[in-house]
Design a protein around this ligand. Structure first.
Ligand code: ADP
Ligand code: ADP
Ligand code: MG
Length: 497
């Protein structure tokens, strides 16, 4: 691998985020010899991200707007602490062009793309128009000017059902409604617009043909300021609940070399066309017949970036920092390979047996990941999980030679980190991993709905409960134990098989 000998001018970075991603970015800063400053709020003093950097800044109390989304306050901190650059993580201000512009005005480097790229790609309508012009396939539908109810309804009847109403400013699966029957169009449009206005302060929508059985495939891209626009292959993120990813893998079992080449070449064509800078992701929908369509570009580091790091051996955060410092990407496209298979699951504080409702509580035993497993988390034993932030507790990443081995390794890994004390989706994830169709690689975005019955919790009978208690005691019996949540302990002993 080649490295640029030019010394990196970035010496101190402010991480404008929280939780696992703040911890993860701090780790790469440390290994590059860069100082990091993290932010936390009064209630988060005990959380790892408060103390993981060289310095932690207390944002005090208040709403999100007063803390993590408070642009003027964050700029003030940057100036006071004399930081050279800001890493925004994902979510929060990571795709906020106002923030990008403010940083630039103040001579602070944003570790990310230009405000222009963010604006273009943050608008699903503008980006679709731009992609159409470039000759990249987009999902058929309506992304014109007319936002009137009557006009949209007319367009909807032209597209036909099923169709998808989507907020142009959307993200995180919000502001989307599937319409199966045109009679439902009016109420779906109203609720999509209401949700979009609430979440994004913008109620514009577009309409798309709803692809019935697709896979979600995305390509990681990386561009520097020296004209290099590279890709780091694909990730498949078809296992989703409420349009949000919960299991991701690389490589995808759906791509052959020809399709991989076409999708990755289109991805680098897009970055080149928009003169992109830094790390980004081109998301596609892959239809059953092998056609693929551009979905959106995320102009930031993605939650699931670690699986790409695993199969390529590239630290994406280090690359982001080097690029922001004006250096070249540290490798050449032709040097990159996908090695083995990597799987990530997102552990959420939520109740899969009750509509995936977020849950709260104290983590009284987190656990220690089994050897060779990557655990990216913002929580330790004893930490409180509140409703104030995203319910994601941790990401668990494994990397093995084959998909089959990765799946087995992941089930094992999940046993080692029970996150006791709160309801989580951990056992639910294990049930997905254990599903025959998942094991066969027959994954699609409605997997979770299609196999809803198969994925339901198996109620333990009294003998099984007794065995679970015995297993728990045999395993040390040191931490709190709830027999109603004893599924994992029962799996540990293998008696369910
Ligand atoms: P990824 O493709 O990386 O999984 P997601 O769309 O799931 O991205 O979003 C990642 C995180 O950012 C989630 O915590 C999500 O809630 C948050 N997020 C994404 N887009 C927005 C947005 N426009 N506004 C607020 N939060 C967002
Ligand atoms: P967000 O910005 O919220 O991530 P996306 O446009 O990326 O929104 O879509 C999120 C998910 O919704 C996709 O991964 C896919 O599962 C589903 N989806 C989006 N558009 C379509 C479509 N036209 N047909 C079928 N599924 C879709
Ligand atoms: Mg998306």
């Amino acid at each position: 691998m080649t490295t640029d000998s030019k010394e990196l001018k970035i010496k101190r970075i402010l991480i404008a985020n929280r939780g696992e991603i703040a911890c993860r970015v701090a780790r790469s800063c440390r290994s590059l010899g860069i100082e990091s400053i993290t932010l936390f709020t009064e209630k988060e003093k005990e959380l790892p991200h408060a103390s993981v950097g060289d310095f932690g800044f207390n944002l005090g109390e208040g709403s999100l707007a007063e803390t993590y989304l408070n642009i003027s306050k964050i700029i003030e901190i940057c100036k006071e602490k004399k930081v050279d650059a800001v890493h925004p993580g994902y979510g929060f201000l990571s795709e906020n062009s106002v923030f990008a512009n403010e940083l630039e005005k103040n001579g602070i480097v944003l570790i990310g793309p230009s405000a222009h790229s963010m604006e273009l790609m943050g608008d699903k309508k503008a980006s679709k128009i731009s992609m159409e012009k470039l000759g990249v396939p987009v999902i058929p539908g309506y992304h014109g000017e007319d936002q009137s109810h009557a006009g949209l309804k007319k367009e909807a009847s032209k597209i036909g059902t099923p169709l998808l109403i989507k907020a142009t400013a959307g993200g995180g699966g919000k502001g989307m409604r599937v319409v199966h029957d045109l009679n439902e169009f009016d109420s779906s449009l109203d609720s999509a617009k209401r949700e979009a206005l609430n979440a994004f302060g913008n109620d514009q929508v577009l309409l798309e043909k709803y692809i019935v059985n697709p896979r979600h495939i995305e390509v990681q891209v990386l561009s520097d300021s020296h004209g290099n626009h590279f890709h780091l292959f694909e990730r498949e993120c078809s296992i989703q609940r409420r349009h949000q990813k919960i299991i991701e893998e690389s490589p995808s079992s759906a791509l052959d070399d020809k399709l991989r080449k076409a999708m990755t070449e289109d991805a680098t064509k897009i970055s080149k066309h928009i003169n992109y800078l830094g790390a980004g992701t081109i998301e596609y929908i892959l239809d059953e017949d092998g056609s693929y369509y551009f979905l959106e570009m995320n102009t930031r580091l993605q939650v699931e970036h670690p699986i790409t790091e695993a199969v390529t051996g590239i630290d994406l955060v280090k690359e982001q920092i080097r690029i922001a410092g004006g250096q070249k990407i540290s490798f050449k496209q032709e040097e990159l390979q996908q090695t083995g298979h990597s799987l990530e699951v997102r552990l959420y504080a939520e109740d899969p047996d009750n509509g995936f409702l977020p849950s709260i509580g104290d983590i009284n035993y987190r656990g220690i990941p089994s050897h060779g497993v990557r655990l990216d988390t913002g929580y330790n034993d004893g930490n409180k999980v509140t409703i104030d932030y995203d319910p994601m507790l941790a990401k668990v990443i494994v990397h093995k030679a084959t998909r089959e081995e990765s799946i087995r390794e992941m089930s094992y890994a999940l046993n080692s980190i029970p996150f006791l004390g709160i309801k989580t989706n951990r056992e639910y994830l294990m049930r997905v991993l254990d599903h025959t169709e998942f094991k066969k690689g027959v994954t699609f975005t409605h997997f979770v709905n299609t196999y809803e019955d198969d994925l339901k919790k198996v109620e333990l009978n009294s003998t099984q409960k007794a065995k679970a208690i015995a297993t728990y005691l045999l395993n040390g019996g040191k931490h709190d134990f709830n027999v109603e949540q004893a599924d994992a302990w029962s799996q540990l002993s293998g008696f369910r098989n």
